[in-house]
Every structure is written in structure tokens, then in C-alpha cells.
Design a protein around this ligand. Structure first.
Ligand code: HXC
Length: 256
């Protein structure tokens, strides 16, 4: 019980595994999740990652409320910072991370899914930021990431009301890319991850980083970084191989 890491070829599957608590994250499990992503980052055998929850009811039902109930200010700051570190690790590792949301993604669970590059949902997925009903604002990045994904108005509605958003609405508002039957979610995520893993790892990680810059600061800064990173690929093995493969009408083989 904790965090499981399994590898299928070039794809790592990270599973939060505490189904009897709907995969709620206490400090211990959040730290283990952080360590797992920090371990994946430099591992060149991993080219794409899927994050999901164990069981058929929850992705992550949030931060552990029983633990939070007893925190003082210093403890709450540390717990918020820990969640921020997990989210930043997901965002800054070179490999894209797909959230396979297989049930409740509440509070911190919704927030960690927002740090992933792509969200796929099962038909039973439920997203919410219910923190205001617990007497706290979101603390693992929801106030900053949710507006970027669904826009400020919908984010405000979700955060200020705490209301639940089911899979069909999540799809409509762009919170998830697609909705699948629960028994097909992981296979679909795996197929997408495998497709990503076939591409140039350097180009994929540069693209991930650049997409992250789209909402950071003035667009001009992102565009300048884009031009720099784009040009930096030229003359490298992956750019040569990718373009040669197209011209020679064969699949590309990227060394990475
Ligand atoms: C601690 C949790 C939990 C959570 C579920 N459990 N969510 N424990 N923290 N976030 C535990 C329950 O206590 C219970 O344990 C077991 O999981 C099964 O849950 P039930 O409530 O019995 O299931 P059900 O009646 O089906 O209700 C499911 C649920 C409900 C609607 C998801 O569990 C719920 O509302 N959970 C809280 C969701 C939430 O508010 N999340 C946001 C937290 S704030 P026992 O031992 O009783 O069997 C947050 C802030 C992040 O995430 C920022 C921090 C800095």
C-alpha cells in the first residue's frame, strides 16, 4: 500500500494505492509520490508516464482530511508546500504525464491531475475542489492551475461553490481530453503514452516545457524560448532521424 511504480516498455504507470481510503494522500504517501516522480525524471528508459488510482472508485479523493484536521499553521504550510512539490515534479520531469482519472478526483486529487499534461477520464470520474466547505481554500495549486485549464469563470464557480463536475461536464469544459468506459481507461491511456514514447524524447520534453511556458508571464518570453528550443534541436540526432525517416518513408527510430 502506498505508491506503485510499474513499467510497460517505455511507459511508467504510477498508481496511488490506498483504495480503502479512496487513495487520499497523507504526508507519507505524498512524499512517496514525490520521490517516485523524482526517480522517473532522470530515467531515460521511461518516455511517458501515466498516473492513476488503485481500485474502481477513486483517482485521489484529496489530501487526508483526518491528518489535516490537526495541523497548525507551520504544519499546514509544510503540507501545502509538499503538494506543490509533487505538482511541480509532475510538471517539470521531461516525460509527459497522463492522468487516468478513474473516479473521485477531489481537492488535492483534482489539483494533482491539473499538474499532469493530459487528463483522460473514466465515465465515473468526478472532479471537485470542495475545500471551501472544509474551511480552507485549495492548497495544492488549484487556484493557479484550474483557471488555466477551464478559464477563470468556471474555475471560480468550481472553487467557490465546491460543486462536483462529472465526466461529461468535465469533457465539455475542457477539464479532460476524453471520457472512456472504466475498463478501457488504462488501455487507452497506455496507447496514448506509447504513441508519445515513439516520438523524439528531446522534442517531446522540449514541447512539454514550452507548453508550460504558454501561461507563464508574457507570451513574448515563451515565444523567444520556443524559437531557441526549436532551433536547438537542429543538427541533433533526433531531428536528423525524424526528418530523414519522413523523407525515406519509414518509421523513425529515436535513440533519445
Ligand atoms: C481522509 C478519506 C478522504 C480524505 C475518503 N476518505 N476521502 N479520508 N481524507 N480526503 C476515507 C473515508 O474516511 C473512509 O474511511 C474511506 O475513505 C471511504 O470513504 P467514504 O466516505 O466511506 O465513502 P463514500 O461514502 O462513498 O464517500 C466518498 C466521498 C467521501 C464522497 C469521496 O469520502 C468524501 O467526501 N471524501 C472527502 C473528499 C474531500 O473533501 N476531498 C478534499 C480534501 S481537502 P473510513 O476509515 O471511514 O472507512 C484537500 C486539500 C488539498 O484535498 C490541499 C492541502 C494543502
Amino acid at each position: 500500500m502506498g505508491i506503485d511504480l510499474k513499467q510497460h516498455g517505455a511507459v511508467a504507470i504510477v498508481t496511488v494505492n490506498q483504495p480503502d481510503k479512496l487513495n487520499a494522500l497523507n504526508t507519507k504517501r505524498a512524499e512517496a509520490l514525490l520521490e517516485t516522480f523524482l526517480k522517473i525524471g532522470p530515467d531515460r528508459s521511461i518516455r511517458a508516464v501515466i498516473m492513476t488510482g488503485a481500485g474502481d472508485r477513486a483517482f485521489i479523493a484529496g489530501a487526508d482530511i483526518k491528518q489535516m484536521a490537526n495541523l497548525d499553521r507551520a504544519g499546514a504550510t509544510a503540507f501545502a508546500r509538499l503538494g506543490h512539490s509533487v505538482a511541480r515534479a509532475i510538471e517539470t520531469i521531461p516525460q509527459p504525464v497522463i492522468a487516468a482519472v478513474n473516479g473521485f478526483a477531489l481537492g488535492g486529487g483534482c489539483e494533482l491531475s491539473l499538474a499532469c499534461d493530459i487528463r483522460l477520464a473514466a465515465t465515473n470520474a468526478v472532479f471537485a475542489q470542495p475545500e471551501v466547505g472544509l474551511g480552507i481554500p485549495p492548497g495544492w495549486g488549484g487556484t493557479q492551475r484550474l483557471p488555466r485549464v477551464v478559464g477563470p469563470g468556471l474555475a471560480a464557480e468550481m472553487i467557490l461553490t465546491g460543486r462536483r463536475v462529472k465526466a461529461d461536464e468535465a469533457l465539455r469544459i475542457g477539464l479532460v481530453n476524453a471520457v472512456h468506459e472504466p475498463d478501457q481507461l488504462l488501455d487507452t491511456a497506455l496507447a496514448m503514452a506509447q504513441q508519445i514514447a515513439k516520438n523524439s524524447p528531446q522534442a517531446v520534453s522540449a514541447s512539454k516545457r514550452l507548453i508550460g511556458l504558454a501561461f507563464a508571464g508574457h507570451p513574448a518570453a515563451g515565444l523567444s524560448s520556443e524559437a531557441h528550443a526549436f532551433a536547438a534541436q537542429f543538427g541533433g540526432a533526433d531531428q536528423r532521424e525524424g526528418m530523414a525517416a519522413f523523407i525515406e518513408k519509414r518509421p523513425a527510430e529515436f535513440a533519445g
